[in-house]
Design a protein around this ligand. Structure first.
Ligand code: MSP
Length: 515
């Protein structure tokens, strides 16, 4: 692993049931980012499951199982979710693994030694669903003030361990001010600054009324949120001064849903500061996938099954849809009809047709052999496209990146429509026909390379039809120079269209079309 590996994480997911489409969303975005950075060098992508706490314990009890047996039974499904969506993580950490638990205890000891963790009495209101303590003043009608929750809260009174969070308020505020990109998008940044300005209380980090967690020396278990946050460094073997830790920390990007921004941008960096460690470079709080205006969530029961969707549409169509539909920081609603529109429009009509007709013409007019490059207006017009995509990817503007790439798709389609290669052929305009055929094939090569992070399978398929072997995982700086496709290359037009049309049909028929 090189010094420069780009380190990206997802939240670790509560394993209180099966994954839904919202979980797939974050993992896909992280995968796209990790793949993109793989084209620029190396990347390291960490994900996993958050297996402790009341929420998981209650779900296990409801299923009549011991918590560990319950999480063991569910983990394969969460890993399968990644496999089905081509989410290629480098490590999958479970908070019930000994490698994590041992280090959590060690961190606790280190923080006790510095005085950042101390013993006190906690009395207050606790919301099990959010695994969060709330101040009396914050409750709404005596219930959890999180507008997404609103459940009953319980009164707890315990001797507990506390983390001296309040002590870090000023340092956090300066960190925010000096690093405007620490929290993105701006809306989250501003919310968090306002929270900090409002003041911080110390954080209760142990539980005595619960035994499903990391046992602490002297009794009780660790608060599930601190246990969970530490995964980002225990996975790197932090307390053993692991090589991964030394080369990867601080993370370049930590992706989270906006509902957990506070944990990741206030509590987490404060804990890191207390350990003498740097905060991540960027925490990006993305928007929610909604159904009929409400956040998709297991507790609400309004979930879409990601396995059913991937059977129906295929991974690449869904990956494209999720990142193209809305800016990454915004909410958006999921709907099969919308997926179908993107599939038949952007993917089928625009990209798929471009590939089909370009390759078919090359076969028909030049026996499938790529002609020599000629000076190209398209090449000149798109010379800065990789830089534009890079700019968008740096700010996690997945949608902007895809829109920029689609400008090339549109330009190539326009080139064919305007130059009418069939007429050029008929009139024997050899050179002009060669120039168009070269441009569309070269453009397809660019598209395969630039789309690989987003649609790894289809991009590889497209790359293959252009005579390349393996994945288009290449350094853009070298590969994306117009004229890179060698004259004399034999293309092999795909037997099937890249994105067969999908009509609203019963799931079983649709699944075949998606394959
Ligand atoms: N276990 C905690 C996180 C601990 S990280 C140290 C947790 N888990 S969760 O399973 O409830 O949600 C985790 C993440 O899943 C969200 O932050 C978000 O990234 C993703 N999503 C869950 N539902 C989602 C939507 N409806 N829409 C978008 N993302 C969704 O919180």
């Amino acid at each position: 692993m090189s010094q420069s590996a780009f380190f990206v994480t997802t939240p670790i997911y509560y394993i209180s049931g099966n994954p839904h489409m919202g979980h797939a969303y974050t993992s896909i975005a992280a995968d796209v980012l990790a793949r993109y950075h793989r084209t620029r060098g190396t990347s390291y992508f960490l994900t996993g499951t958050d297996e402790h706490g009341q929420k998981v314990a209650q779900a296990a009890a409801a299923a009549g199982m011991a918590p560990k047996a319950w999480t063991d039974s569910l983990v394969p499904r969460w890993q399968e979710l990644c496999a089905r969506y081509d989410v290629r993580y480098d490590d999958f950490i479970r908070t019930t693994e000994p490698r994590h638990i041992d280090q959590v205890v060690e961190v606790f000891e280190r923080l006790k030694a510095t005085g950042d963790v101390y013993l006190g009495t906690y009395e207050g209101w606790y919301c099990t669903n959010d695994e969060t303590f709330w101040l009396e003043a914050k409750l709404i009608d005596g219930r959890c003030p999180n507008p997404e929750c609103g459940r009953e809260v319980q009164w707890l009174s315990e001797q507990n361990w506390f983390f001296a969070l309040s002590k870090y308020r000023d340092r956090l505020l300066s960190y925010f001010r000096e690093n405007p990109n620490f929290v993105r998008p701006e809306r989250s940044y501003n919310e968090m600054v306002a929270t900090l300005e409002g003041g911080l209380d110390d954080l209760c980090i142990s539980r005595t009324n619960l035994d499903w967690g990391v046992p602490l020396p002297g009794g009780g278990v660790m608060y599930v949120w601190l246990d969970a946050l530490l995964n980002y460094i225990t996975a790197l073997d932090y307390t053993h001064d692991g090589e991964k830790f030394r080369t990867l920390w601080p993370a370049n990007v930590q992706l989270v849903g906006k509902e957990i921004a506070r944990f990741h941008t206030i509590i987490w960096p404060a804990v890191l500061f207390a350990l003498g460690l740097p905060a991540p470079e960027m925490v990006f709080a993305h928007g929610w996938m909604t159904l009929e205006g409400e956040k998709m969530s297991k507790s609400r029961g309004n979930v879409v099954d990601p396995f059913e969707m991937v059977d129906r549409f295929g991974a690449d169509t869904l990956r494209y849809f999720l990142l193209r539909e809305a800016p990454f920081g915004s909410d958006f609603s999921f709907g099969e009809e919308k997926v179908r529109l993107r599939r038949n429009g952007d993917l089928g009509n625009d990209l798929g047709n471009l590939a089909r007709r370009s390759l078919a013409m090359l076969v028909k007019y030049r026996d499938g052999v790529v002609p020599a490059p000629a000076p190209s207006a398209t090449g000149a017009a798109f010379a800065t496209l990789p830089a534009r995509v890079h700019e968008a990817m740096t700010t996690l503007g997945f949608r902007d990146a895809l829109e920029a790439i689609w400008e090339l798709v549109a330009a190539l389609n326009r080139l064919i429509d305007e130059k009418r290669p069939w007429d050029l052929h008929k009139h024997g305009a050899r050179e002009e026909l060669d120039a168009v055929l070269y441009d569309v094939c070269e453009g397809l090569r660019w598209l395969a390379i630039m789309l690989w992070p987003f649609m790894p399978t289809k991009a590889t398929e497209l790359y293959g039809t252009l005579g390349f072997v393996g994945e288009p995982l290449v350094a853009w700086n070298d590969a994306l120079r117009w004229g890179g496709l060698a004259a004399g290359t034999h293309v092999a037009p795909a037997e099937l269209p890249l994105f067969p049309r999908m009509d609203a049909e019963p799931a079983a028929t649709a699944a075949i079309a998606a394959s």
